[in-house]
Design a protein around this ligand. Structure first.
Ligand code: PLP
Length: 426
């Protein structure tokens, strides 16, 4: 379910014409739909049993302040992976007691910051991190709530680079070590060990791998309890996938979420634990589009390149993960418009700067607007200024209103980040 539809032949974000935003803000531009974000959060939260259980939105998917504030107002917590993300979540009004801190490489400074703010939970990924956390918290006279992230040796996900749950991946402690580390933590002054966490990958569409991982978590919970250790929380991570082929599948995600919730009841229903969830992509993925203008056409014998003004620095997923994004023309094409095959590419000096290869689209002209669909997750957050391109602006739509929630940066800002040492002389 998403709120990007054609009306009178033109693509709209909720009630706002995409062409209007493109004209007023310029292209390329990310456009997000409040109604879509809210709907996904609410459907997911209801399915997994909030408020008995908790949802921590994995904000690395989209960390714009306006998106965070929208979700925070609905009651969402935040799953964070850096001090910067914790600061962003707090700045957007998500209270510390709804923030979880994940990630394989937390520094002493980051842990101290998290403890000082009193966050809900630190997800421990190594034994040395456990020791560091205890030391840091003790120094502040505090005891920090924590869980141990277990690598269940069940990898899953849409691409090797987003699989995290295999033993070959760097994430979490091994299944065998988990019990020992958990028991050690029970004797540490600065840590209150409350449970286990796992997260096996991203863009997971088959539930079997998740189910296998959760069964292992259930078994480990029983084992630890048998050893007299209290396990009150199970953080089940994120990773649930979404349909990138929206037009074809007409998939609103509701069925997958219901099946996921049923599978969790089946595998963990008898355990008396508070469950935590860390969905990212599922909440914001199809709540965003990247709108770009066609700058040039390059006719070749085998294809026509459409050179657009967005590039891999604005949306890296196709270049990095071979990801597929549907492309919708802003102007709806009737059946009389001929279809042609195009390669849609950006202006960056790399062949990997390609959004789509051999894609069939209605005949497209220079100056036309195209929307790269399902770009709300891992789009703007992974953007860069490569090729000294300005960070792409972001717009949030709500009904008939829109707001620029991140303006385009300026060339002055970009250049002013650098310093030229005095010895060069100028
Ligand atoms: C990235 C990440 C998530 C979110 O993954 P999605 O596929 O976007 O749902 C959740 N938890 C952790 C620990 C992560 O690293």
């Amino acid at each position: 379910m998403h709120h990007f539809q054609y009306r009178q032949g033109h693509l709209h974000a909720e009630d706002v014409a995409v062409a209007r935003i493109a004209a007023e803000v310029g292209t390329p531009v990310y456009i997000y739909s409040t109604a879509t974000i809210a709907r996904h959060y609410e459907v997911f939260a209801r399915a997994v049993g909030v408020p008995r259980h908790r949802v921590f939105y994995a904000m690395k998917a989209n960390s714009n302040q306006a998106v965070l504030a929208t979700l925070g107002a609905l009651g969402a917590g935040a799953d964070t992976v850096s001090e910067g993300e914790i600061r962003r979540a707090l700045a957007a009004g998500i209270p510390a007691d709804r923030i979880v801190f994940s990630g394989v490489g937390k520094s002493a400074q980051e842990l101290a910051f998290a403890v000082e703010r009193g966050i809900y939970q630190v997800n421990i990924e190594t034994e040395s991190e456990l020791e560091l956390l205890s030391k840091v918290a003790t120094a502040q006279g505090k005891r920090q709530n924590a869980v141990v992230r277990v690598n269940p040796d069940v990898g899953a996900g849409g691409h090797a680079k987003i699989t995290t749950g295999s033993s070959a991946n760097k994430f979490g402690v091994s299944f065998e070590a988990a019990g020992r580390i958990y028991a050690r933590a029970a004797n540490m002054p600065g840590v209150k060990m409350l449970g286990l966490a796992t997260h096996i990958g991203s863009q997971i569409l088959e539930l079997d791998d998740l189910e296998a991982a959760f069964k292992r978590m259930a078994a480990l919970t029983a084992q630890l309890r048998g050893e007299g250790l209290a396990v009150e929380r199970l953080d089940l991570g994120g990773g649930l996938g979404i349909a990138y082929e929206m037009a074809a599948a007409n998939d609103d995600g509701g069925e997958r979420i219901a099946a996921y919730a049923a599978m969790i009841e089946r595998t963990l229903g008898t355990l008396d634990v508070e469950r935590g969830f860390e969905p990212g992509r599922l909440i914001v993925g199809n709540a965003g589009i990247l709108v770009t203008e066609v700058l040039h056409q390059n006719l070749r014998p085998h294809t026509t390149f459409l050179v657009v003004d967005a590039a891999m620095n604005d949306l890296v997923r196709p270049a990095m993960y071979e990801a597929y994004h549907e492309i919708w023309p802003e102007r709806q094409a009737g059946p009389d418009v001929p279809r042609k095959t195009y390669d849609v590419v950006g202006p960056i000096c790399e062949s990997g700067d390609t959004f789509a290869t051999a894609r069939t689209l209605p005949e497209t002209r220079i100056g036309d607007l195209l929307a790269l669909m399902t770009a709300g997750a891992y789009g703007a957050t992974m953007s860069s200024t490569y090729n000294s391109r300005l960070l792409v602006p972001e717009v949030l739509v709500k009904g008939a209103e829109y707001a620029v929630v991140r303006p385009r940066t300026t060339f002055e800002d970009l250049i002013a980040l650098d310093r030229v040492p005095g010895w060069i002389g100028a």
